[in-house]
Design a protein around this ligand. Structure first.
Ligand code: CA
Length: 228
């Protein structure tokens, strides 16, 4: 397959450089993070085709990193690496949102095959949703209009996805809240309004005139074409 863009999260320097070299030799582009917190930031800022995530990291463990990614709406395929092979840990990893799982020591060719399969799956899942002149590009996590694009944060993207998937429908605040922030969200309920504000600003940045996120008083919001 063509080159894919990978994030490798591994703190053991020797393993990280071995993997980076091997994957680069296959033509892939590999960024490396050694710490969980760095990985959280990196994946929020850069769009990857697949992520290779080690279970054991010095600050946040891999499962916690993965949970946070999934909670924030990041859907990039993740292959977890672990030195531990018990069924319980495999289940924990998969429940946290891992797409695949490999136990150390592993065969490099097997790792490569699985990673490429995941990246392909991610690419197939690539979708764009269009309303009026605006496209939501899932792979690039961006709003696009006439060749111009603005990228979205993970939360903005999750909110935009919900609105685009149900364009024309009125979505209640509580529905948006649980779809984007989860049912156990205990922050301020006006977070939805705040993020709708962010999305509106990004639409304005693209000079979108034919699509709006309309407030429906007492209920919530709907994404729609501006009535003529
Ligand atoms: Ca490690």
């Amino acid at each position: 397959m063509g080159p894919v863009k990978l994030l490798l999260v591994e703190d053991e320097a020797q393993m990280a450089s071995l993997l980076q070299r091997g994957l680069s030799e296959e033509g892939h582009q590999v960024d490396v993070c050694a710490r969980g917190h760095d990985a959280l930031t990196q994946a929020a800022n850069v769009s990857y085709d697949a992520i290779l995530l080690d279970w054991s990291l010095p600050d946040l463990d891999g499962v916690s990193v993965l949970r946070r990614w999934r909670e924030s709406g990041l859907s990039t395929p993740v292959l977890m690496l672990t030195a531990r092979g018990s069924t319980g840990e495999k289940v924990t990893g998969l429940r946290a949102g891992a797409d695949d799982y490999l136990v150390k020591p592993f065969d490099f060719d097997e790792l490569l095959a699985r990673l490429e399969a995941l990246a392909r799956r991610g690419a197939r899942a690539t979708q764009t949703a269009q309303v009026g002149s605006v496209t939501l590009d899932v792979r690039r996590r961006a709003l696009v209009r006439e060749g111009a694009e603005v990228s979205l944060t993970a939360r903005e993207f999750a909110l935009a996805s919900e609105l685009f998937a149900h364009s024309g429908d009125v979505l209640s605040r509580s529905r948006l809240l649980s779809a984007v922030w989860g049912t156990d969200f205990d922050g301020l309920p006006n977070v939805v309004d705040v993020y709708v504000g962010y999305l509106r600003a990004k639409l304005a940045e693209l000079r979108v005139a034919d699509v709006e996120i309309a407030a429906v008083r007492g209920i919530g919001y709907r994404l729609r074409k501006v009535p003529a």
